[in-house]
Design a protein around this ligand. Structure first.
Ligand code: ACK
Length: 906
């Protein structure tokens, strides 16, 4: 601690009148005036060191009134000043022949004044501080043996407001020697906490706390306004808020250090600098983002943690299926997606009339289904084409960075000519091994017909084997067929302009062995053709369907987008892992995979539902080593257990708040599967409080409750309902900061030893749970508020079990009848009132977490409001509850004591 006021003028060298210590600030004070009988002399102390003292010993005369006073002592901004006086005092009995007027006390006074040069102060103007008596007086023999009995007394004066004060000592007939006088005040020393710097602060008068705003250390900024309270005894209490390192900087102990080259930190909300993602670099320190390598880009909406990407390659294998004036285009996705999942396709259409006029854009007359641009599937139906027209379709693949690249988009083109469909097969004759077809040429051929192509295959065997035959005539006999077998036939025409599209399919069956061939089955053939033509003109799913759907399902796309958004800072909606079809994806989205080699397990600290909990260290590349807690999944787990275990990580990973336990990452690629969180030195709150029963100030307890409420406010703002808020699920770190933990999906059902089965079959921690949640599972942030009230009660009673040994059934009944837990011992009435508010039967009347935080903040700012203990107007539902409960529980010894104290108290 730094000394701000130094001694200016020691009265005598070697004197003890002006001592300094390291942690207190000593004020300069000189004895100025001596009145009557006081004298300044040199004596030897117990170590034979000479020292100066002021003494008076006029015990033989009655009516003594001897005053000794100091010079003006500047207050130096302090409101409360301590006076430490060392003195010796003679035992009256040890003085032979002294009259009964001999005293063994003296009086200490002060007088506040702005005037530093007062020479005379009337006795009546002084304010008395105290009458000082010796704890140890000494006799003549003692003096002879040179054993001085030195007394030390400390008094304080508070609420000082003038520039300084004078101290005075009044002797009324004792034998005293004042050996040392030290006047000092206390300060809370400069401190850095949560990256906020708190200045040297002089403590307040009385027992008031001084609220101090911290200022963020260099290269950091406020996350939540940092504050602390300087207590009357010079200690800092209740750290609230924090600063976070600016982009480009990371926290290192009490300061922010620049990210090293090759690393970056994009947001102040990120904990540490991270390695540049693939295809990016940072050559300088302090990078808030990494630049993309040449040919790679980052789209505006891309998170800075994402690899730089490039435009996709060209779509492949285009196929067109023409049906008169509409065409279905299909293609394969590009071989290289550019590293992104947002590839879409655009179709550019040009038409060439074929009469020598120039090609031109297709215009709005042509329709694309589902659309022309931004297609997510590799397929489109283009309709309303002009007949007898050449069309060129250019298919290009684009992604989120295509527009950033100066190179032209690569396209694959498909040319088609409309109006050449062979539509009607006119004739058909069949035998057991041949079928004869006759067809009509296209209505509007775009040139002379060069030949026809007949394709046929055994029904349902197209993929295995099909045959293509060519003819210049419009009749063909297909031979060598199997008897009694159905074949599918299609015909298309070729002109100078190329092939037209196939006409409709016709299914024809060869005759069975021994069956006579029919004379003609033309009409049957025609009707089949119409039917089949209709069938092919409907837009059916393509061969890529499964693949494309899997990759590009619009729902999935939407979901990915949503997940991407959740990761953005500032987003405030929690996503339940069950909304994921694949729970492993939720883990990948929200939890960082950690290499098991970066973890050093040191010792087992507890047991969880799924396995051991250990403490250890985590050293990630280019980050400093930190202490962590490691939860592991025991061997022989089922897939469901693995999912449930990891669900805690995918929930926790979505939160980022100083009062929520922080997830460092998960190990899923090797066994055992582990969840790594920050380490909380003081373990769970209930055990911690029991271990330190009665050891905290009210302000410290309120500070803990404030932290929990702030964490819960954050969770409720994220629409997350905890359902198992209890002191056992709060963890405490070395700074007494409380953090909400335990986010497993199955925890309320399986993990919590407090959970009991309800009549509806669910397992619920009855004592902590709101009545509507017990009765009909209405779990909301308002039911979390109820549980929070119970946590407050646990905190104020230092880990007492809510409702003591009452049975769960009795608790439910008592609550239903309107009874509520009484205030714990020494619990300020305002806090108990807040608990009662949290336990309002109607959940809409309970306070919101934000209101609870505000209320607790006000109490911390005004600690006087916490002084009133247990003075409620209506005790009926509390006191009688106690009596009822006490009868039920037969007043067992353990809690009888508390019960009696409470009764007495009320
Ligand atoms: O009361 P505790 O010491 O605190 O015992 C339990 C035990 O593991 C089983 O849950 C302790 N624990 C859990 N998570 C952490 C953590 N992040 N830091 C420190 N201790 C933890 C908990």
């Amino acid at each position: 601690m730094q000394e701000v006021s130094s001694i200016t003028e020691p009265h005598t060298s070697g004197s003890r009148w002006f001592m300094t210590t390291e942690d207190k600030v000593t004020l300069s004070c000189l004895i100025l005036a001596m009145h009557t009988h006081w004298e300044e002399i040199s004596v030897m102390d117990e170590r034979n060191t000479p020292m100066r003292s002021y003494q008076v010993c006029n015990v033989m005369e009655a009516n003594q009134n001897n005053w000794l006073r100091t010079r003006h002592i500047p207050r130096d901004g302090a409101q409360r000043v301590y006076i430490e006086i060392k003195f010796t005092l003679r035992d009256c009995n040890s003085l032979p022949g002294v009259p009964g007027t001999c005293k063994e006390t003296f009086n200490m006074y002060y007088y506040e004044s702005n005037n530093p040069n007062l020479w005379f102060i009337k006795e009546s103007q002084y304010v008395k501080i105290d009458t000082i008596a010796a704890d140890e007086s000494f006799t003549q023999t003692d003096v002879g043996d040179r054993v001085m009995k030195l007394n030390t007394e400390v008094r304080d004066i508070s609420n000082l407001s003038k520039k300084g004060f004078y101290l005075a000592f009044q002797d009324v007939g004792a034998c005293i020697a004042l050996v040392s006088l030290r006047v000092f005040y206390k300060k809370c020393p400069t401190a850095v906490l949560n990256l906020a710097q708190f200045p040297d602060t002089v403590t307040g008068g009385d027992s008031a706390l001084v609220e101090v705003r911290g200022s963020c250390v260099n290269d950091s900024e406020e996350f939540e306004a940092p504050r602390m309270y300087c207590s009357a005894d010079g200690g800092w209490l209740v750290p609230i808020g924090r600063c976070v390192c600016k982009p480009g900087f990371e926290e290192s102990k009490d300061y922010c250090q620049p990210c090293r080259p090759g690393t970056y930190k994009a947001s102040s909300m990120d904990g540490y600098c991270s390695k540049c993602p693939p295809h990016s670099y940072s050559h300088q320190e302090k990078a808030s983002e990494c630049e993309c390598e040449k040919g790679f880009y980052r789209a505006d909406m891309d998170p800075r943690s994402m690899a730089c990407t490039r435009p996709p390659s060209v779509p492949e294998n285009p196929i067109s299926t023409l049906n008169d004036t509409s065409v279905t285009l299909e293609w394969s996705p590009p071989r290289d997606s550019g590293g992104r999942g947002d590839v879409t396709y655009n179709i550019h259409c040009r038409k060439c009339p074929g009469d020598g006029r120039k090609c031109s854009p297709c215009g709005s007359g042509v329709h694309f289904l589902p659309r022309q641009f931004g297609l997510s599937m590799a397929k489109v139906l283009v309709s309303d084409l002009l007949s007898n027209t050449n069309y060129t379709f250019s298919i290009e693949a684009v992604n989120g960075v295509s527009d950033l690249s100066p190179t032209l988009k690569q396209q694959v083109t498909v040319n088609i000519t409309t109006g050449q469909t062979v539509s009607v097969i006119l004739k058909e004759r069949k035998s057991k091994d041949s079928i004869t077809l006759a067809w009509q040429g296209p209505d509007r051929p775009n040139g002379a017909i060069v030949e026809y192509e007949v394709i046929y295959y055994e029904k349902n065997q197209r993929d295995q084997n099909y045959t293509v035959l060519k003819t210049k005539s419009n009749v063909m006999t297909v031979e060598g067929l199997k008897p009694g077998t159905t074949y599918v036939f299609r015909v298309r025409a070729r002109t100078d302009g190329g092939y037209g599209s196939y006409g409709g399919e016709i299914e024809l069956e060869t005759s069975h062995e021994g069956e006579l061939p029919p004379a003609s089955s033309c009409s049957e053939g025609i009707s089949k053709i119409f039917m089949l033509s209709l069938m092919v003109s409907t837009f059916t799913c393509c061969r890529h369907c499964g693949y494309i759907k899997a990759k590009q399902d619009p729902d999935e796309e939407k979901m990915q987008f949503q997940h991407g958004r959740v990761k953005l800072p500032g987003s405030r909606t929690y996503i339940h892992p069950h909304t994921y079809e694949d729970p492993n994806q939720a883990v990948r989205d929200f939890a960082k995979e950690i290499d098991a080699s970066s973890i050093r397990i040191e010792r087992v600290i507890g047991a969880g539902e799924f396995g051991e909990v250990c403490s250890g260290r985590l050293k990630l590349p280019s980050k400093r080593e930190i202490y962590v807690a490691i939860k592991s999944l025991k061997a022989g787990y089922s897939e469901k257990q693995r999912r449930d275990f990891l669900s805690e990580a995918s929930i926790m990973g979505q939160f980022d708040h100083p009062n929520i336990i922080r997830l460092e990452g998960v190990v899923t690629r090797c066994k055992p599967v582990m969840i790594i969180t920050e380490y909380m030195e003081n373990g769970s709150l209930d055990t911690f409080l029991k271990k330190h029963d009665g050891q905290f100030t009210i302000i410290q307890l309120v500070g803990m409750m404030r932290g929990i409420a702030s964490g819960m406010k954050y969770l409720s703002d994220m629409n997350y309902v905890h359902r198992d808020l209890a002191a056992r699920n709060i963890l405490v770190n070395s700074n007494l900061v409380c953090k909400v933990s335990d986010f497993g999906l199955s925890r309320v059902l399986e993990d919590d030893p407090e959970a009991a089965y309800t009549t509806r079959g669910g397992k619920i921690p009855i004592r902590w749970t709101a009545p509507e949640a017990i009765a009909y599972r209405k779990f909301t942030s308002a039911s979390d508020v109820w549980s929070y009230g119970i946590v407050m009660w646990e905190v104020m009673s230092y880990g007492e079990r809510p409702y003591w040994e009452m049975s769960n059934q009795d608790v439910i009944k008592a609550i239903d009848e309107g009874y509520r837990l009484p205030a714990p011992m020494d619990c300020p009435v305002v806090l108990h009132q807040l608990m009662l508010d949290c336990w309002e039967k109607s959940r809409s009347e309970r306070p919101k977490f934000g209101q609870i935080v505000n209320t607790l903040d006000k109490l911390i700012r005004n600690p006087n409001s916490l002084k009133e203990l247990g003075n409620l107007t209506d005790f009926s539902k509390l006191l009688s509850f106690r009596v009822v409960w006490c009868e039920m529980a037969h007043c067992r010894e353990t809690y009888q004591c508390r019960f009696l104290i409470s009764l007495q108290w009320w």
